[in-house]
Design a protein around this ligand. Structure first.
Ligand SMILES: Nc1ncnc2c1ncn2[C@@H]1O[C@H](COP(=O)(O)OP(=O)(O)OP(=O)(O)O)[C@@H](O)[C@H]1O
Ligand SMILES: Nc1ncnc2c1ncn2[C@@H]1O[C@H](COP(=O)(O)OP(=O)(O)OP(=O)(O)O)[C@@H](O)[C@H]1O
Ligand SMILES: [Mg+2]
Ligand SMILES: [Mg+2]
Lengths: 260, 260
């Protein structure tokens, strides 16, 4: 049993990377082999797990871009993180060119899915951290994924973007990936004391119903500090509200998928 | 005298749209003719100023995409907002296709600059709200712009993205727009009580020196509420800390450019 989950939302700064890093770490700390793949040219999941930007190192280390260009296999690109059971395929800023370089290439949408096929069975969960765009990189992630996990801030602009996300999901399911569905929608940086948050949450509940995770992630400074130490919050400050919330999320995801 | 300023940062959710809407409104309320152009396919500047998504209306209203495809002139696309002296060229979700459709087109980088040339002289300030990417849309904005205004959150991932932004700026200045420079770097959602914010601010000061605006924008819920009412915060809640901060920013920008 193996599931590929794309952490996706074209709205920027909603907590995609924070969720990808900390949910995958929480799953790994429950003893589940987990692979995180950094599809964003910002490579924040890579930096947030301690693999600092280093031009020389980057030149020698295969990245997800090498997979998409067919120059390296997934097995060659996988690296072990500081967390047992958590592996990473790093991203690179060079992927900024992917949208232009891959446009004319045969099978440009299915490159990632093909590259992951040989290793899928080794990981019960594979998470894909996507860029804030509905571009060719995100399209590759949606074609490779079984489900989408959509982090959302409970703010006005989040509501404006829902219809695009859903229509992109339907288009991808229609032409490339018929089984693609929503794993869940996750409220991030959530402060249930404000009227705005409550109004947006009620709106999302109406839209997504039981797809809305019961777990919400509160705004917690330890989540913003952890990446500067190159660690998931569960290693940086395991007793923080941020760590507790991502542990709860992992347990909820596991329960939805028949683990434990 | 006319200045085109691109509000840009590939990092998502740092306050580009919030700055584009509220700074342009604050300049307009000082009696300066200001034009805001929404280059982001999310079209949040358009929605945040009250022009709700409406497929029928969108089909009949020219957008910045029509300008880039050469099908409409800037004069035809300009609409008046609720704020005197503030005009808008709306964005559209259809621009998501721009990165693919414009790739093979002649002069794809200079489309926006050419479209704005006839109207530049009518507006002392023209602000461009950019998507969270260094793609062809942002490239068009950088080629059309005189300067960049870079909103930044004082958090770890913001530091990771600086070097890309600067190297992109240098590349654009080298090949398309020799005069392009940094207008300023703006700290947004800034809370000077946390160690992280102070550490990142000191880091940015060392990097940008006097380009760092003295004005910082505090985290203020009224800024997040205002777009759901379709108004800039200066109309929604003129006495809020968010409104005061953007008014201060407008005065600082004006002083730097010889106004008043
Ligand atoms: N629950 C939280 N509490 C406090 N800070 C948070 C929380 N979640 C994320 N952050 C911080 O907010 C900022 C945005 O989060 P993050 O970078 O994970 O979003 P993203 O969706 O991946 O952004 P992008 O669209 O640029 O990829 C980061 O500086 C992060 O550290
Ligand atoms: N100073 C502030 N205080 C409180 N909330 C803010 C502030 N600035 C922005 N916000 C809120 O934070 C969220 C992100 O801001 P905004 O959408 O302006 O960023 P952006 O950089 O334009 O995002 P994108 O990368 O998606 O274009 C929005 O919901 C906005 O309302
Ligand atoms: Mg991210
Ligand atoms: Mg924006």
């Amino acid at each position: 049993k193996s599931k590929v989950i794309a952490v996706v939302n074209q709205k920027g700064g909603v907590g995609k990377t924070t969720t990808a890093i900390n949910l995958s770490a929480a799953l790994a700390l429950e003893g589940i082999q987990t692979l995180l793949i950094d599809i964003d040219p910002q490579a924040n999941s890579t930096g947030g797990l301690g693999f600092r930007r280093d031009p020389e190192l980057e030149a020698s280390r295969p990245t997800v871009y090498d997979l998409m260009l067919g120059e390296k296999s997934a097995v060659e690109a996988i690296i072990q993180t500081e967390v047992a059971y958590l592996s990473l395929i790093p991203g690179t800023r060079n992927m900024i060119g992917a949208n232009i370089e891959l446009v004319g290439v045969e099978g440009r949408e299915t490159r990632l899915r093909e590259a992951l096929a040989p290793i899928r069975a080794d990981y019960p969960f594979i998470l894909l951290d996507c860029p804030p765009a509905l571009d060719l990189l995100t399209l590759n992630a949606l074609v490779a994924a079984d489900t989408l996990l959509v982090p959302m801030q409970a703010e006005y602009f989040a509501l404006e973007g829902i219809s695009e996300l859903i229509s992109t999901l339907e288009r991808v399911a229609g032409s490339f990936n018929p089984g693609l569905s929503v794993e869940g929608v996750l409220l991030t940086m959530f402060d249930d004391r404000t009227n705005l948050s409550q109004a947006v949450r009620d709106n999302l509940k109406g839209y997504f119903e039981d797809k809305l995770f019961k777990t919400t992630i509160p705004r917690n400074i330890r989540l913003a500090e952890a990446p500067s130490h190159g660690k998931p919050v569960l290693l940086y400050d395991p007793k923080s509200r941020g760590a507790e919330a991502y542990r709860d999320l992992a347990l909820e995801l596991m329960a939805r998928n028949g683990y434990k």
